[in-house]
Structures are given as structure tokens and as C-alpha cells.
Ligand binder design. Structure first.
Ligand code: ZN
Length: 260
């Protein structure tokens, strides 16, 4: 469906002014909870060709309002609830739901599920990971790296959030998987700001514009809420040449061996 006139006059004009074109791009969002559901909402405001959403969770009463879900969606699969609703609000962007478990080291994921996730990543231009589990984030990074995709890793602590991008000389997962403990609560304002940075990072990197390797946001430090680092690190096993040669079947063993 064609985007309405107002859409072209506003969002598209901004993109054109910056020389950013995403109307032929596909973005995959892995994990659509507190951060991921907001990222989908923000992505849908730009004219991406398609947004692929991957999650294995259902909408619970605790998600209503706090995440981007409505009360009448309780009990539904998150991927279906979000795809249905945003397809209504943004009919010019295709939103494809996949109720799919991503390999987490402790979960029993079949090779078929891993193959399916790999195919979805292959069909995307950018992959955003917001998974709580280190294993799912590592799996996403590894598959995106093997297929030379833009990869953004984003997460929320209680007061701090981060946005990290895979680029030459920098890997979001090298050295530390996630220094803050994952909690099930955060500041919703923080989630809003981090989601906005994630989408901006995707717009910039897909257009070949420069973007810093790490951004950390802390809204409880109101006089310096954002810290930006352009750093390099040594390559970890996940983004090594070795990782490109491992067969898909051997990826679970490879991850197990290299992460733990
Ligand atoms: Zn790495």
C-alpha cells in the first residue's frame, strides 16, 4: 500500500534531506518486550519495506501500557498482536510475525528453528537484538556477522541503557556480554530514549553514515544523560573468520564452547 500524502510530506522529507533511503530495506527485531516493542513502533514511522518481528512470549497484564501492548491483546502472542496492530496503523510497512525461539544455550532449540532464524536474518538488511538472554544475543550477532548484516545490540538496565553496533574493529559482544544484571523493570522514559537511538542508528548505518560504536544513556544523570564512545576492541570468537566457517549444525556447540 502506498503511504499517505502526509507521510511523504513529513517523515520522507526528513529522510530525503539527510539522503537516507530505507524504502527497500528490511529490518529484523529480535525480542519485542519493553525495548523491542517500542523499537517496532518507531521503525514503523519510517518507510521501511518490511519489519520482521521474532519473539516467543505472550502478552501478559504486566505488559499492558508498560510495553507497547493493549489490554485487549492479553493472552495473544506478542508477535501477532504487534503485527496486527501496526499493520493497521502503518499499512504501508509490512510487518511479519515469527513466533520463534532463538537459541539461548540453555533452551532446546531444534536445528530447524536455527535454520529458520538464519533464513530470516539472510532476508534482512539490519538485525536488532534486544533479547534478555546472552545466548540469544550471541546467536543473533553470530548469524548477522556471518551474513554481513548491520547489527545493533541494545539493552536496558534499571537506570542505564545501551546501543552498540557491530562495525569494523568493534564488536558489541566482545569482552563483556552485558555488565548490568537483567531486571524486569526499568524506567519507561529510558526505554523510549533508547528505542529512539536504536532506530536512528539503523537509519544511519543502513545509509553508510558514521555512527558511534557505543552509546550509553542514563536519564538519572540529567546533566550528562548520554555518553558516546567510539572504541575498538579485539575480535571475539563470535565475529572471527572461524565463525564464518562453522556449519549451521555446529553453531550450538560453537557458541557453548566459545561463550562459556
Ligand atoms: Zn565479537
Amino acid at each position: 500500500m502506498d503511504a499517505p500524502k502526509g507521510f511523504y510530506e513529513r517523515t520522507s522529507k526528513y529522510l530525503r534531506d539527510l539522503g537516507i533511503g530505507v524504502s527497500d530495506k528490511v529490518v529484523l527485531v529480535g525480542g519485542i518486550g519493553t525495548l523491542g516493542s517500542r523499537i517496532v513502533r518507531n521503525l514503523a514511522r519510517f518507510n521501511f519495506k518490511k519489519i520482521i518481528v521474532v519473539d516467543i512470549d505472550f502478552v501478559g497484564p504486566e505488559n499492558v501500557g508498560y510495553q507497547c501492548y493493549h489490554s485487549e491483546e492479553i493472552g495473544k502472542k506478542k508477535v501477532e498482536a504487534i503485527a496486527e496492530r501496526f499493520s493497521k496503523y502503518h499499512p504501508w510497512t509490512k510487518i511479519e510475525p515469527y513466533f520463534l525461539e532463538v537459541y539461548t544455550l540453555s533452551s532446546l532449540v531444534t536445528i530447524r528453528e536455527l535454520e529458520k532464524y538464519d533464513r530470516l536474518i539472510a532476508s534482512s538488511d539490519a538485525v536488532i537484538s534486544t533479547f534478555d538472554s546472552a545466548g540469544a544475543r550471541a546467536t543473533s550477532l553470530l548469524l548477522a556477522f556471518r551474513r554481513d548484516k548491520v547489527f545493533v545490540d541494545a539493552g536496558l538496565g534499571v537506570t542505564r541503557g545501551y546501543v552498540k553496533i557491530l562495525k569494523e574493529g568493534y564488536c558489541p559482544i566482545c569482552e563483556k556480554v552485558w555488565e548490568d544484571q537483567v531486571r524486569y523493570y526499568t524506567n519507561p522514559n529510558l526505554a523510549e530514549v533508547v528505542a529512539a537511538f536504536v532506530v536512528q542508528a539503523v537509519l544511519y548505518t543502513l545509509s553508510g553514515r558514521a555512527w558511534p560504536s557505543e552509546i550509553t544513556i542514563n536519564l538519572d544523570a540529567p546533566f550528562s544523560p548520554v555518553s558516546v564512545s567510539e572504541i575498538r576492541n579485539e575480535r571475539c570468537p563470535l565475529c572471527s573468520e572461524e565463525a564464518k566457517k562453522v556449519s549451521l549444525e555446529d553453531i550450538p556447540n560453537f557458541l557453548m564452547e566459545k561463550i562459556y
